[in-house]
Design a protein. Sequence first.
Length: 210
Amino acid sequence: MTYVLTIINEVESYRSRILQNDETLTYINLRSKHVSDGEIKRLAPLFHYNKTLTSLGLYDNDISDKGVKILADELLCIESTLTRVNLALNKIGDIGAIVLAKSLCTNKKLTVLTLAANTIGDNGAKALVDALHHNTTLTRLDLYGNKITNHGAIAIANCLKMNDTLEDVDIDGNNINNEGAMILQEALRHNSTLIALYWNIDHDIQKKNR
């Protein structure tokens, strides 16, 4: 019970600072706090009042696709000031990734999106990289440790052939084999901006352009 109250108190503290228009609030850090969709529902709508927040850390929590839908609607809208969002180690699957992808199509601020250690598969990965055809600000996409296979690797490769914004993509720890890696390697021949693409701890594909 004490731990639950601590989580509520932390969320309420951020709520209070947002409502008071605290201009020093640029980073919300709720790492490893067992934050659920319920806490996200209470917190996210208030971001319409905040114009200074640039970074949101929600690493290692209990946020599902439902919570991601709330975040996407409220935090990644056109007016959002967020540049970095960390949703690693939550309970986000393809549905959540697809929702985030829709927001990326119109978002003009986000530069770093971390979705490592979730359960995103090929459909979610494809939606995310397809959205980058419309997004010109994202420079880092972290999909480490999800459930992406060669099918997802093909979608990522097709994106890399056209994208001139991404600098760093991490797809290590997925289910991509040598065949998928070769497809990605070929895509790099057509990309002049990517600095690093990470796949498999023993077979990192790294391309440095500067």
